[in-house]
Design a protein around this ligand. Structure first.
Ligand code: 13P
Length: 261
């Protein structure tokens, strides 16, 4: 892992935890981590929209060095979009990172690369950082189409974004077959695809963008497998689902360095 790229460990809570449970979870996480645990790593939590204000209040009141994140957004600034939330609303809550194009959004809600691209641009325009997700299905992997699927997602989702902006982005490689299944990509497979993503960024946006962009791995990351995954040269962090709901487990993932061989 390049020293220039600070790992980002993000907890995607998905549709879990009401705002009372969210408050408990962030408080437990703060208790489980010491000040020095944040020295070499950035940490974010991504609660459901209805919890954001509560978690923001706890983070600020207790001065917790965890960034607030959202799981989604709309690309328009405001208007008649029932049920949607704009990036300026998120920025007003001091949200730092917004996940865009999570595979559950793509697969269950039909989000396209061009929509993900619009969302990423809206997040950037509001002064926040998008975490742009990509990954292949099991069928695509078995058919030998994983790299081409991910290439299309990188090119489509990041189209038109300036190289110096791409250098500051976070990408997340999440093989769909590894999400919530207990199946993890092997560290070698995860490294191979994250390296592929970095070379796609180099081809499209140049060496400086490729060197700067942070690439997370996601898909059944647990305390036990995080140290080896995070030890791969092109993996700069983790996007954690299930294990992020349990503060002690997430804290151990944040502290992956302590468990590395
Ligand atoms: P799990 O860690 O539960 O497999 O979820 C991964 C994920 O989708 C994070 O965004």
């Amino acid at each position: 892992m390049s020293e220039a790229r600070r790992p980002l460990i993000s907890g995607n809570w998905k549709m879990n935890h009401n705002h009372f449970e969210a408050i408990q979870t962030i408080q437990k996480l703060a208790y489980a981590l010491n000040a020095e645990d944040y020295d070499h790593v950035d940490v974010s939590v991504h609660p459901p929209y209805t919890d954001l204000r509560s978690v923001q209040t706890v983070i600020q009141a207790d001065d917790i060095p965890v960034a607030l994140g959202a799981q989604n957004c709309h690309w328009e600034a405001s208007g008649a979009f029932t049920g949607e939330v704009s990036t300026s609303m998120l920025a007003k809550l001091d949200v730092t990172y917004v996940i865009v194009g999570h595979s559950e959004r793509r697969e269950l809600f039909g989000e396209t690369d061009s929509e993900v691209n619009r969302k990423a641009n809206a997040v950037l325009a509001a002064g926040m950082t998008p975490i742009v997700c990509m990954g292949e299905t099991l069928e695509e992997r078995q058919a030998g189409a994983a790299e081409s699927k991910v290439a299309g997602q990188v090119q489509g989702s990041l189209a038109g974004i300036a190289p110096e902006v791409v250098a500051e982005l976070v990408l997340a490689y999440e093989p769909i077959w590894a999400i919530g299944t207990g199946e993890t990509a092997t560290p070698a497979d995860a490294q191979q695809m994250c390296g592929h993503i970095r070379s796609l960024v180099a081809d499209g946006w140049g060496a400086a963008a490729a060197d700067g962009v942070r690439i997370q791995y996601g898909g059944s990351v647990k305390p036990g497998n995080a140290p080896e995954l995070m030890g791969q040269p092109d993996i700069d962090g983790a996007l954690v689902g299930g294990a992020a709901l349990v503060a002690d487990d997430f804290a151990r993932i944040v502290n992956f360095r302590l468990y590395q061989a």
